[in-house]
Design a protein around this ligand. Structure first.
Ligand code: A2P
Length: 289
């Protein structure tokens, strides 16, 4: 692993560089709190912020980015397209809406938030492809520097990749100790994508896990730091979120230790822990953000 700082980057398949830790903003309110937390994150060294149209906080996230004092080209901003906006024209309009709310001229990475799936849409392949055609247009027009997907399983990736012109550059999925989605990670990489981890701390159950606490203590680190480091050592880009300035800062303090191969294996062998239960094939995903 070459990353030594959260501003260090992974290169996407089109050469665009994505900083290796992103500040996650799911459930962050559209208010001054989020503006301040985004500024805190950027001033603590993060250079990557992740939001989504459905989070309802793009205005505050954009304001935080703009007010942070960090040059726009030095910050990597991701947002996501929501499931109600599927289809070519609606996708173009949705992206324009996100750009307006963010108050930015371009988005660094635009993601399909959830795939259309066979169980809910008999034309799921066509639906995903129509949306993706919109993504390809936005990419060619320079509105977005990179395009990708989120929560796509191999079956949806395969269908999209067989039919698209420009392949997705990223797949953002749930990934943390106790939820590794090995098949999806391998397949995404095989098809040239960088994998990002949403919920890299697995929230409650993982953070309280006694086995992880013991390993973390051995390195003089918190369980949150162990989880972030675990993602990085797996080559997965973590997007930890926190509403506390102290924890936002401490979640970047992960470059002065290395998890041993034995501990990496032991963590990887943990039983399922802290899994959200958000399974794309079980969608409708209206309740999944
Ligand atoms: P808080 O906002 O109070 O810091 P994930 O990114 O995996 O979804 O996890 C987010 C959850 O983990 C939030 O509830 C957040 O709470 C908590 N969290 C984030 N960083 C830390 C940390 N360093 N220590 C403990 N809890 C944390």
């Amino acid at each position: 692993m070459e990353w030594k700082h959260c501003a260090d980057t992974a290169a996407l398949s089109n050469g665009v560089k994505m900083p290796c830790i992103g500040y996650g903003t799911w459930q962050a309110p559209d208010s001054g709190i989020t503006v301040n937390n985004v500024m805190t994150a950027l001033r603590s060294g993060y250079r990557h912020v992740d939001t989504a149209a459905i989070y309802g906080n793009e205005e505050s996230v954009g304001e935080g980015v703009r007010k942070s004092g960090i040059a726009r080209e030095d910050v990597f901003v991701t947002t996501k397209h929501w499931i109600t906006e599927r289809g070519y024209q609606k996708t173009i309009a949705a992206c324009e809406g996100s750009l307006k709310k963010l108050g930015l001229d371009y988005i660094d990475l635009y993601l399909i938030h959830w795939p259309a799936v066979a169980r809910c849409d008999p034309k799921w392949e066509e639906t995903n492809l129509d949306t993706w055609r919109g993504f390809e247009r936005l990419y060619k027009d320079g509105k977005v520097r990179a395009i990708g997907v989120s929560n796509f399983l191999p079956v949806q990736l395969d269908s999209l990749i067989r039919n698209c012109e420009i392949g997705p550059m990223v797949n953002q999925i749930e990934f943390h100790p106790g939820c590794l989605q090995r098949e999806t990670v391998s397949y995404s990489r095989y098809k040239g994508m960088i994998v990002e981890a949403w919920s890299p701390l697995g929230s409650g159950a993982v953070l309280k896990d006694a086995f992880l606490a013991k390993i973390a203590a051995g390195y003089g680190k918190t369980v949150a730091q162990l989880c972030i480091r675990f993602a990085l050592q797996n080559g997965v880009i973590p997007l930890p979120k926190s509403s506390s300035p102290a924890r936002i800062q401490s979640n970047t303090d992960v470059f002065d230790f290395e998890i041993s191969p034995e501990d990496m294996r032991a963590i990887a062998d943990m039983p399922i822990t802290g899994y959200s239960g958000f399974y794309p094939e079980d969608a409708p995903a209206e309740s999944y953000y």
